[in-house]
Design a protein around this ligand. Structure first.
Ligand SMILES: *Cc1c(COP(=O)(O)O)cnc(C)c1O
Length: 480
């Protein structure tokens, strides 16, 4: 596609956008159990959009010429620090998302330590963003196994993984995959004893758990209240219900943050100083988050957290009562992952049956001893949806049982194992697409409603090969 010669009327452009949007999953209404966070509050989105609109022309590159951005950022960081047990020395930065917060925490730790061949110790349940940081910044990722029932690492195993080259030890509060909280106090103690930084990934739980605690839920200390924790990340575009594009990375003190910043004076342009990965950056997500935080306040978030807590509890007990399903964990936050009992339904078929009934749930593949499961992120807007969801879940389980499990032909499994991810050819990839019932045709690529065959195929592929297949798949999608 090239630019149209004469352009189009604004209304026509917006109509075209609305047509494109018709194919998207709903972002509101509680039927989409991943990716989106819906407060269910009337007017909140509108406020965020208006705040964003007020700053669209500004450039977050230079806070000295746009002091409004500096003021908003300091206010947002202060609110996050206060919520997460920060003290008077706690500082932070607003980033574009959880991944950027984690990338920067790893970069700051690496550059702060300055050791040769640095290592990062993280439970296998830590978010993929740590692997990304390791890859981007050439830090060796040292994974620590977790218990296949509790999904938590043994602190002794974490201690055993720490070496003189370790620059950072990671704990999650909670993990995305299963919603369980790592033994943060023990892990941070291990790190402190070795004089190594400890990052707590509270990207998804950091804006929920403190409010649940106030509601009487027993939440172990996971933030700066724990000695040895040196940095904490919390996403505002998750349970702070801000639009996409904001997270906060907090450091216990300014000395720890220094190596996060990038400064460069050795070029003939303006002297560069960046707090984050981006240089020129949109101010819109910051302003939107600032407005949402100001508007909701403690009381607003407490109410949202209470609705989410009730919804999560109802979901857990409802799913637990379905024969053939079992809730993993158990969850300690508003994320619910459930697996299948040995005689249970095929989870990938079950996900398809839910899709047919208008619900999106997120399949997660098995890893070693950790079982495959379906993941649901509960939000305040989920509350009125629990009963209808459970009714459809029961119907979907019955339908999935009637359908039977999807199996991958043993010959194909053998073929998959024989493929070398590092040399996979496009012919081999095209062959696999055909096996999965996907032939690259002309025009826009659309996934089928029924994904079970493809998921079963992906599940049969070893992780390295699965990564490669996904890369090829993206290559197929992203062509103009
Ligand atoms: C969402 C999430 C991240 C990554 O955040 P993005 O905003 O998707 O980049 C990291 N850790 C946990 C626990 C998360 O839930």
């Amino acid at each position: 596609m090239s630019l149209s010669e004469r352009g189009a009327a604004a209304d026509d452009v917006l109509t075209a956008l609305a047509d494109l949007r018709a194919g998207d999953l709903p972002t509101h209404g509680g039927r989409t159990w991943a990716y989106v966070y819906d407060s269910g509050l009337a007017g909140l989105d509108e406020l965020a959009h208006r705040a964003a609109q007020a700053v669209t022309g500004l450039n977050g590159l230079d806070p000295t010429v746009f002091p409004s951005l500096l003021a908003m950022e300091n206010e947002v960081v202060g609110a996050a620090a206060a919520l997460l047990g920060g003290g008077p020395d706690t500082v932070g930065t607003v980033t574009s998302g959880g991944t950027e917060s984690i990338l920067l925490a790893v970069k700051a730790a690496r550059d702060g330590a300055g050791v040769e061949r640095p290592q990062l110790v993280a439970p296998v349940t830590a978010h993929a963003a740590f692997a990304k940081a390791a890859e981007y910044f050439q830090v060796e990722l040292v994974p620590v196994d977790v218990d296949p029932v509790t999904f938590r690492p043994d602190p002794a195993a974490v201690a055993a993984a720490v070496t003189d080259r370790t620059v950072l030890v990671v704990a999650s509060a909670p993990s995305y995959a299963h919603g369980v909280i790592d033994p943060v106090a023990e892990i941070a103690a291990v790190a402190a004893e070795r004089n190594v930084r400890c990052h707590v990934d509270a990207c998804i739980g950091g804006w929920m758990l403190p409010f649940w605690r106030r509601l009487g839920v027993e939440v172990p200390d996971f933030d700066f209240r724990v000695p040895g924790v040196t940095s904490v990340s919390v996403d505002l575009h998750k349970y702070a219900y801000a639009p996409k594009g904001t997270s906060v990375l907090l450091h216990r003190d300014a000395a720890l943050r220094r190596s996060q910043f990038f400064a460069f004076a050795d070029w003939p342009g303006y002297s560069m100083i960046n707090a984050t990965m981006q240089s020129t950056k949109s101010a819109a997500p910051l302003a939107a988050a600032w407005a949402v935080l100001r508007h909701l306040g403690e009381e607003g978030y407490l109410g949202l957290a209470e609705r989410t807590l009730d919804a999560t509890r109802a979901l857990i007990s409802g799913v637990s009562a379905v024969e053939g399903l079992r809730v993993l964990g158990p969850p300690q936050a508003s994320l619910v992952a459930f697996g299948a009992a040995p005689d249970g339904p095929d989870l990938f078929v079950l996900a398809d049956e839910l899709t047919v009934r208008g619900w999106y749930v997120q399949p997660q593949f098995a890893l070693g001893e950790l079982p495959a499961n379906l993941h649901l992120t509960v939000t305040a807007a989920s509350a009125p949806r629990i009963e209808p969801f459970l009714a459809d879940l029961r119907a979907s389980v019955a339908a999935a049982r009637a359908h039977g499990a999807v199996s991958v032909d043993p010959g194909i499994v053998e073929y998959l194992r024989s493929l070398d991810p590092s040399t996979l050819t496009s012919e081999e990839f095209a062959g696999l697409l055909a096996v999965g019932g996907l032939a690259p045709g002309e025009g826009a690529f659309t996934l089928p409603t029924r994904m079970a065959e493809i998921n079963a195929l992906l599940a049969a592929a070893p992780p390295r090969l699965r990564e490669r297949l996904l890369v090829e798949f993206f290559g197929l999608l992203y062509v103009p």
